[in-house]
Design a protein around this ligand. Structure first.
Ligand SMILES: Nc1nc2c(c(=O)[nH]1)N[C@H]1C(S)=C(S)[C@@H](COP(=O)(O)O)O[C@H]1N2
Ligand SMILES: [Mo]
Length: 213
């Protein structure tokens, strides 16, 4: 994609977001820790008891569903896309939060532009190499801090934290960010993911303590 086209696309998203009333992530402030959360300096690991070992040669990211241009990206394809860095806070529903996580990878908006979702597409269903899944409305995925990350703190994402690639959606509880990401499917109707069918909230807003449905 040419730089001009990329910037143009970004501008369209910004306009769309403004129209939707989406605001930027708040900067550090006294109100930075959502209610009921405790700050941790460490980085706990939460998984389903499996940490799949996926070599870069065997890794692919499948983008499909209601899109004009479905695509399967190899590791090299993925790294040929524009890369971004984003520093964000991480909030797990089990009450720990971690500040200033630096993730690098491809912005969701870049993937969106690549596959060109049809107008019916309103939800994204994420699937992972460990059998995990989760779901998020498309509008929230278009926030500028949402990415498919392949780096953490300047290095590869450790396997226990979801490497080679994981999704980061800072404004939602962290179970909405799939580790070991394998596929993004664009859907017209919402489809509940692994924890959502097991009683976790579908909206997952840390600021309203929207933990369980
Ligand atoms: N594939 C996959 N992604 C997942 C999970 C999982 O079990 N499998 N757990 C979720 C939960 S509940 C949280 S809090 C975060 C934890 O990320 P971490 O282990 O890097 O702290 O990943 C989320 N993404
Ligand atoms: Mo979690």
């Amino acid at each position: 994609m040419s730089k001009e086209r990329y910037i143009e696309a970004k501008q369209r998203w910004a306009e769309k977001q403004k129209a939707r009333g989406v605001t930027r992530r708040a900067v550090a402030s006294a109100d930075r820790l959502p209610p009921g959360q405790k700050l941790t300096q460490g980085f706990p690991v939460l998984d389903l008891g499996v940490q799949p070992d996926i070599p870069h040669s065997g890794w692919a990211l499948i983008l499909d569903g209601l899109v004009e241009k479905p695509v399967t990206l190899s590791w090299d394809d993925f790294h040929g896309l524009p890369q971004v860095d984003d520093v964000s806070d991480f909030h797990c529903v089990t009450t720990w939060s971690k500040y200033d996580c630096r993730w690098g990878g491809v912005a969701f908006t870049t993937l969106y532009e690549l596959v060109q979702p049809k107008t019916e597409a309103q939800f994204v269903y994420f699937t992972s190499y460990d059998g995990y899944s989760t779901n998020v409305p498309l509008a929230q995925c278009l926030d500028d801090d949402v990415l498919v990350a392949t780096s953490f703190d300047g290095g590869p994402i450790p396997r226990e934290h979801g490497g080679p690639a994981r999704v980061i959606i800072p404004k939602l509880y962290a179970w909405k960010g799939a580790k070991f990401i394998k596929g993004l499917t664009f859907l017209a109707e919402d489809k509940l993911g692994f924890w959502e069918v097991r009683g976790y909230s579908n909206t997952a807003d840390p600021w309203t303590e929207d933990r369980y449905a």
